[in-house]
Design a protein around this ligand. Sequence first.
Ligand SMILES: *Cc1c(COP(=O)(O)O)cnc(C)c1O
Length: 420
Amino acid sequence: MSVSERPEGLHPDTLAVGFGYDPASAYGSVKPPIVLSSTFAYPSAAAAKDVHRAYFDGPAPERDAPFIYARLDHPNLQLLQKRLAVLDGAEDAAAFASGMAAISATFLAHLKPGETLLHTQPLYGGTHGLAYGPLAGLGITAVPIVDGLDEASVLAAAETALAQGPVGMIHVESPANPTAGIADIAMIARVAGIIAERQGRRPVISVDNTFLGSLLQRPLEHGADLVITSLTKYAAGHSDLLGGCLTGSLERVGPVRMLRTLLGTHMDPFTSWLLLRSLETFPLRNARANANAGAIAAFLRDHPKVESVTYLGFLEEGTPARAVYDRQCGGAGSTFSFRIRGGEREAFAMLDALKVFRMAVSLGGTESLICHSATTTHYLVPPEIRRTVGVDDGTLRISVGIEHPDDLVADLSRALDAIP
Ligand SMILES: *Cc1c(COP(=O)(O)O)cnc(C)c1O
């Protein structure tokens, strides 16, 4: 058997390049072709019936049936999903048109009216908007966990939720944006067990793993049921496409994929192919960006015009956050915030003096990005809430790319000098 079929013992670097694809399936082409067809021919009328029976009634219905129509499944999507599953150490994966498409389909498939959704905070803006807007309209109540590192705090939030209805899901975002706040996935999984004893059913635990990605954090190994990732960020890595992914057991992913067929939010063939291409260099890009980020974080921490840096690698020894970080994360990633001395005026002066960093939201691309959180990503968040989530007028978020680290440090140094 070749790398196309057997993941055991192989490193992510190797799996990212070849897993799931057999050149013999496509004229011997070393790279998978793009199959753009929206529909797939049946060899006979009886075969058509069999295909539909397999899709709707088979043991793993929507996953293992022959292709019917591209919204249900198509060759590039199937291959991409195999590769994403193996990188997350999951039985199954479903890819979507964006990260929010993955999050919304997961919530809609696993939550019912009258149920509650426990969640860590702060949440990604889109997730927050979904939970407190359309989901609230469907009779689903979102309940925040104050401190995802403290079991008593999680239990207190569970009590609040249980008083309003069964807990259908627990959604964890760790590390959080832009605070880099950490939640203890294993402890939250234990609390899910306690909730199960109370309500007779274990809530589904989903983890938004966008901020570290599958190479640095594997939530399924710590007790999560589902992992959601915006592929737009590190996995795609070139800031040129939108995509999302859900991984977990066939039992938990299957219903979400079935719903995806009805919502029509699958990933298209060309984007799936681009992602397969991106994944091949994911480990290389990740290693370089992480090393660059470490160097930049150290430079900023020691700079007199910088007040603080929320880089995960600087978590203090002996703190609960550090203990969970050491157990749960394989590295600090390459997106973090820092606060310069002063406010909006000083922040803007620095931003306008940068030449290598590009000013834009998003993260995880080959290029380094920077943005002023209060006036961009957190524009809609009221100032008092902004302060509680650690965003003030001097806060800047950077996503470090794969450029030469000396050029990035020199750019930041010059820009900090430009602050009057
Ligand atoms: C970007 C992001 C999302 C949403 O992903 P899209 O691909 O933009 O839909 C969700 N969660 C986190 C943490 C993100 O950074």
